[in-house]
Design a protein around this ligand. Structure first.
Ligand code: UDP
Ligand code: MG
Length: 334
């Protein structure tokens, strides 16, 4: 954590922010054991900053007693409770939270105590200083498995290689966003919501705040290797066309090799009068090209699948509980 905060952007120093009304969006999937302590702790932290606060809790189809805990805590805290009809995934749960949040700034925070509460004060200070988005960056991944760290490195390398939008390395969903950032995010129509990419895509004056995540207080992470891989793949295919281009490059290299080999066979057979037995070559070549073609068609299929998801235009989530609040209408961003 830095000792000194970055200076406020000069252009905004003269325009003080209006009083903060903070919406804390908390996605929760099977978090009953954490919420009991987490929501009061979050509320106390924000209240201690003399900031108006509402908590938007999104129950993402939990199978445990998250629902009962949320109903009970709703009697004690300024809680707006959204229950989704099933588990739609964290990205959809956060999208729902952003749709229903009413504050002039929104904090996204996990329910498992991994995002340190004391950092909220610094985030608020930076927002007041003129930044529109303050995002937490994981400063230390030493506690994570080597394979996960390498995978993360490779992901960001592929993602940010000649991509016009730079996605900050190790930035997560823990962030404070001004209302105009939230409105901009809500205008992005895509169904494949890779949030880390979308935050970067909308831009705005942003600043990173390094932090060391605490360990999960109770329960276990929903993101196993398979789910993380799927998320990374979703990110790559929704933000870059690199996977498609790789196959063009592979195809080009193989064609060059095939031409060189053809020349070699011609020279051996016609010039040196040394005919080459063709069957093994033919079989190997056939298998190689079939494999390459299938893989490239598969990659095309991935993109077509995403296009199919987009054209269906299904809602991102379904709210199950009857509620007096409807999604905040988002004004077009000038
Ligand atoms: N979460 C969610 N829906 C899901 C999976 C997770 O709302 O399908 C929530 C979860 O309750 C937590 C946050 O997203 O508040 C982060 O999840 P988790 O701790 O499992 O992920 P990790 O911290 O390991 O990345
Ligand atoms: Mg966690």
């Amino acid at each position: 954590m830095p000792d000194t905060l970055p200076p406020a952007p000069p252009s905004t120093r003269t325009a003080p922010r209006p009083p903060l009304r903070l919406s804390c969006v908390v996605p929760a999937y099977n978090e009953a054991s954490n919420l009991e302590a987490f929501l009061p702790a979050l509320y106390e932290t924000v209240r201690a900053l003399s900031v108006e606060c509402e908590i938007v809790l999104v129950n993402d189809g939990s199978k445990d007693t998250t629902d009962e805990v949320a109903q009970r805590l709703g009697q004690q805290l300024p809680l707006h409770y959204i229950q989704l009809a099933r588990n739609f995934g964290k990205e959809a749960a956060m999208t729902a939270g952003l749709d229903y949040a009413r504050g002039n700034a929104v904090l996204l925070i996990d329910a498992d105590f991994q995002h340190p509460l004391p950092l909220i004060a610094e985030m608020v200070q930076l927002w007041q200083g003129g930044y529109d988005m303050v995002y937490g960056v994981i400063a230390d991944r030493a506690g994570e498995a080597k394979a996960k760290r390498w995978g993360t490195w490779l992901f960001y390398y592929l993602m940010n290689r000649d991509n016009a939008v730079h996605i900050p390395e190790n930035a997560g969903d823990f962030r404070l966003m001004d209302r105009k950032v939230v409105d901009a995010l809500r205008q992005l129509p895509e169904r494949n919501r890779f949030m880390k990419g979308l935050y970067a895509w909308v831009g705005f004056k942003s600043v990173a705040l390094p932090f060391v995540p605490d360990s999960r207080r109770s329960g276990q992470s929903s993101f196993n290797f398979h789910r993380l891989f799927a998320l990374a793949f979703q990110g790559l295919t929704s933000f870059t066309t690199l996977p498609l281009r790789i196959w063009s490059l592979v195809g080009f290299c193989i064609s060059v090799m095939a031409i060189l080999y053809g020349i070699y066979i011609t020279v051996e057979t016609i010039v040196l009068d040394n005919p080459i037995d063709g069957w093994p070559t033919l079989a190997a070549g056939l298998m190689l090209f079939s494999g390459v073609q299938l893989m490239s068609i598969g990659m095309l299929g991935e993109y077509i699948g995403r296009i199919y998801d987009e054209v269906k235009r299904r809602p991102l989530y379904i709210v199950a509980n009857n509620d007096d609040r409807s999604p905040v209408s988002s004004e077009p961003v000038a």
